[in-house]
Design a protein around this ligand. Structure first.
Ligand code: SF4
Ligand code: SF4
Length: 406
């Protein structure tokens, strides 16, 4: 494993960190609390045994179950001492000053730890930062650090570049967590924000390196052709990770791994890919891939599920994944998946088409990508929720003895 030095302090962090928001579940995905504890603990402990020493979680991951799972199933038996634990103050839930302390105390209890190595104000943008300052987050952060309950203070960011700079300048942060991948090079904080934070002596943790899985797995044929034509044979994940590690300002890259094969592959790449290690020829492959993706993506959803739950029962990330699949990989498979997950195999046995949206707008307030969910639903409806598809789903539900569409 490659380790990178935190600019402040003495910690050497594994270049690959384990993101605990997409753990193996018994059913459902990141929006499920049903973590498969045995499988997930084996996976994470195995990764730690291979050198990963940074675990990233947060209050809302797996709808509140991720922190407790780490506290009960991963950190005992001496594993606490082998890792740096990162979690986040859920700023979007904090309405009163006292809630910061009570939430933090609950997180210590859920994680079953006396201190947190890396604590972040979660998902800041300009407005959230202004509200948190008003509630007294700065003295609160000073306090928990002075008490030794937090070793490093940082923030994760989903906002505009100019707000990023203002927040970086507003507090002596130790580190920051930003979204960065081959598609989002200039999005939100972007490469410019990463450079700015590094110049201020902050560690940089990268999230969404695979953009919620968009950059791996079943990638578009045009992208596949570019990788296949390259002199070096690598998986899409290898290329995408390697490009991020190439940036010398990046300290850790988080990956939400859920199979041993992913862990092994990602550790191999993290062990090999050094800062400024890519040649001009390799970078030209990545540039061609970037250009192709920008042409093909319909909606910039990362699948993070921050917008969930939806009061109308709509699986928003699944609908957007189907929409992107429809435009990148072909119509039939995307339509079938949408029919299945929105129209037939739902938790309550009813269809939850995007057309059942009650227009509350809650999802848009929570979406870190600033996606206009309701507007984008119009495309889902046009491409994936035709009367014929709804009729087929209705037949499917009837055959399976499920409830009628409302
Ligand atoms: S606006 Fe529609 S999709 Fe968004 S949370 Fe409300 S009901 Fe769900
Ligand atoms: S719509 Fe936004 S919040 Fe919801 S999954 Fe996609 S990126 Fe995440």
């Amino acid at each position: 494993m490659q380790y990178r030095q935190m600019p402040k302090g003495t910690d050497k962090l594994s270049a690959l960190g384990f993101g605990c928001m997409r753990l193996p579940t018994r059913f459902g995905g990141p929006s499920s609390t049903a973590i498969d504890k045995e499988k997930a603990a084996k996976l994470i402990r195995g990764a730690i045994d291979q050198g990963i020493n940074y675990l990233d979680t947060a209050w809302p991951y797996h709808m509140g179950a991720s922190e407790s799972f780490l506290g009960s199933s991963v950190l005992p038996d001496g594993y606490r001492e082998k890792v740096f634990v990162a979690t986040k103050l859920p700023c979007f839930m904090i309405r009163k000053a006292e809630a910061m302390q009570s939430t933090f105390d609950k997180q210590l209890a859920k994680l079953n730890v006396d201190y947190i190595d890396y604590y972040l104000a979660h998902s800041l943008d300009g407005a959230t930062w202004a509200a948190m300052k008003e509630l007294g987050i700065i003295p609160f952060m000073d306090k928990i650090k002075a008490e030794g309950k937090v070793r490093h203070m940082g923030f994760s960011f989903h906002g505009k570049k100019e707000d990023f700079v203002a927040i970086v300048d507003a507090y002596p942060w130790d580190f920051v967590q930003v979204q960065f991948n081959i598609i989002d090079e200039h999005f939100q904080a972007g490469i410019e924000g990463i450079e700015y934070a590094a110049k201020k002596g902050m560690g940089v943790i990268v999230m969404e390196p695979m953009r919620g899985g968009t950059l791996v797995g079943k990638i578009p044929a045009e992208v596949r052709r570019i990788y296949d034509a390259a002199d070096i044979r690598r998986s899409a994940a290898d290329w995408a990770f390697r490009w991020i590690y190439n940036n010398p300002n990046v300290t850790v890259v988080l990956s939400g791994m859920n199979t041993k094969e992913q862990v092994d592959e990602n550790i191999r790449v993290a062990s090999e890919a050094m800062p400024n290690g890519m040649s001009d020829k390799e970078l030209s492959v990545i540039n061609a891939v970037k250009d192709t993706y920008h042409r093909l993506l319909t909606v910039g959803c990362t699948g993070c599920a921050y917008c969930m739950p939806c009061p109308a029962g709509i699986d928003i990330p699944a609908a957007f994944k189907s929409l992107n699949d429809y435009h990148m990989f072909g119509k039939a498979g995307a339509r079938f998946n949408h029919l299945r997950f929105a129209g037939v195999s739902t938790a309550d046995g009813r269809a939850h088409w995007t057309s059942s949206c009650i227009n509350c707008g809650k999802c848009e307030k929570k979406c870190p990508q600033g996606i206009l969910v309701r507007e984008t639903f119009k495309k889902v409806q046009k491409d994936l929720e035709t009367p014929a598809i709804k009729a087929v789903a209705g037949i499917g539900r009837a055959l399976m003895g499920k409830k009628k569409d409302k």
